[in-house]
Design a binder for this molecule. Structure first.
Ligand SMILES: *Cc1c(COP(=O)(O)O)cnc(C)c1O
Length: 496
């Protein structure tokens, strides 16, 4: 046998061994049917599933199976997924998930992801996928119009709000030509309620040594523009370089919207880059009653919205927009010899507007739902959440709880002040009571040293009955803890 023949035989043998990677049509239908069956069972059982399962032990199933030791059938894989992944801890698809800033994960996005993965579009550059890139750009144009930016604005669908904020911070730095030598004198302004991912973004961008100026907020946790102007004046006086204002449209803790229009006045007059983190609040611009509170968004230099929160997408998509698109492009465009055939005539490519080259094709997970359902159900769903939060806020107060200010968005704060004993300890025990029940899951925060519970009503599946259930559980928790002070008197008073 000649060398060439032996080589050909070897290649054919390897091809045969790799064949499972390309299942045939019959096998594909079997795999898809089994997966769809699992998903249907999951969704059908969702109303009865806890929002939080405190038994975490089943997660160990993943380690027991390991990776690469043996192959499993699709039934076994899905069974393991159900036991070890879908069951323990947080059920982020649940209507009862009222903690942090959730979203739920709409079904049409899963279909978009499925098709994107099977067709494996290369949506990093328009040369490879003019339609895929156009899809992402049109989705971003829709967000641009919602914000009120001009046509020359550009944006990017990133992996999440943190990465989107990072892209904005990097762009601000490049656009303002802030060199390494300028960093120690550059001042960044925000309130204490700005999301921690912005401090992380600054650090990752090499800007951890900028001066961080904490600006005072009003009695509703909104940045005070007068305090901002004063801080800038004092910093100029001290020879520093006021550089960047970070405002929030919907703080994670309390849902406060900073007065964007008035802050824009200050930022414009002082020549600072003005970034708004609207990861949580931005899409509420779809709700007529909230839109006025977001006035001035169109005057910012950059903004972040998080479709995996308030467009209810499954996790994995945040969006950044920059009002002057040239700044985003200049901060990210690179040329490479091996890409010389990739001509740039079909519109802006994500690769020229973000740190990524080859990337997850995120367009379909946003575009499928928006085309399938239209925008109106999203607007209605967001408005429903606003009204549910107003309802919760007044009903929890009517039951004797102390409450935070009227909610700007869909976060409400509350706590029970016990007849005697330490209120922080009581409310810590109350939060644990709610989450051990598990039907709803709430989170807590510290506001000026006070331990408070919060609900964030953002999952698209959360409706009136879930809010009523939350009120019932809270009432019962208070009654039990008031009757059994020994259950909370020994609690440490401050959070771990
Ligand atoms: C969630 C959130 C972020 C971070 O976004 P991720 O998508 O979790 O990375 C940033 N800012 C605000 C206001 C948020 O609510």
């Amino acid at each position: 046998m000649g060398d060439a023949t032996r080589l050909r035989d070897r290649i054919r043998e390897l091809e045969a061994r790799a064949a499972p990677l390309e299942p045939d049509g019959v096998e594909r239908r079997r795999l898809l049917a089994a997966t769809a069956e699992y998903v249907e069972g999951f969704l059908a059982g969702l109303p009865d599933r806890p929002a939080f399962e405190s038994d975490r032990t089943t997660a160990a199933g993943i380690d027991e199976v390991g990776v690469g030791k043996r192959s499993l059938g699709i039934g076994e894989i899905l069974g393991l997924y159900e036991r070890a992944v879908a069951t323990p801890a947080l059920n982020a698809a649940s209507a009862g998930h009222l903690a942090y800033i959730p979203g739920g994960g709409i079904y049409a996005s899963a279909l978009g992801d499925y098709v994107a993965a099977v067709t494996n579009e290369y949506a990093g550059v328009a040369y490879a996928s003019p339609g895929g890139v156009a899809m992402e750009n049109r989705v971003l144009d829709w967000m641009r119009d919602l914000v009120g930016y001009p046509d020359e604005a550009r944006g990017n669908l990133a992996a999440g709000g943190s990465v989107a904020n990072f892209i904005a911070v990097h762009t601000a730095r490049e656009a303002t030509a802030l060199g390494a030598r300028d960093v120690p004198d550059a001042v960044v302004y925000s309130t204490a309620h700005v999301h921690h991912c912005l401090a992380k973004a600054l650090r990752v961008a090499g800007l951890g040594e900028t001066v961080s100026r904490t600006v005072a907020f009003d009695d509703r946790y909104r940045m005070r523009p007068d305090a901002l102007a004063e801080a800038i004046a004092a910093d100029r006086e001290a020879g520093l370089r006021p550089w960047l204002v970070l405002a929030s449209a919907g703080t994670t803790d309390v849902g406060a919207i900073d007065p964007i229009d008035e802050i824009a006045d200050v930022a414009e007059a002082e020549g600072l880059w003005f970034h708004v983190d609207a990861a949580y609040g931005g899409f509420f611009a779809l709700v007529d009653s909230v839109r006025p509170k977001l006035a001035g968004m169109e005057r910012t230099d950059s903004i972040v919205l998080d479709p995996h929160k308030t467009l209810f997408l499954p996790y994995g998509t945040g969006a950044v927009l920059v009002r002057n698109g040239d700044h985003l492009r200049n901060a990210h465009t690179y040329e490479a010899n091996y890409m010389q055939d990739a001509v740039h005539e079909e519109g802006d490519s994500p690769a020229d507007l973000s740190p990524e080259l080859t990337k997850h094709f995120r367009g379909p997970r946003v575009w499928f739902p928006l085309l399938l359902h239209g925008v109106e159900p999203f607007a209605a769903c967001l408005e429903e959440k606003i009204e549910l939060t107003r309802y919760f806020h007044r009903e929890v107060r009517a039951r004797g709880f102390e409450v935070g200010p009227d909610p700007d968005l869909t976060v409400a704060m509350y706590r029970w002040v016990p007849g005697e004993g330490d209120a922080n300890a009581f409310n810590r025990a109350l939060a644990r009571y709610v989450n051990e029940d598990g039907r709803v899951f709430v989170s807590t925060t510290m506001i000026d040293g006070t331990y408070v519970l919060r609900v964030a009503i953002v999952v698209f599946r959360t409706h009136l009955e879930h809010v009523d259930l939350t009120l019932q559980i809270l009432e019962r928790g208070v009654a039990e803890l008031e009757a059994h002070p020994e259950r909370w008197r020994t609690e440490p008073a401050s959070p771990e």
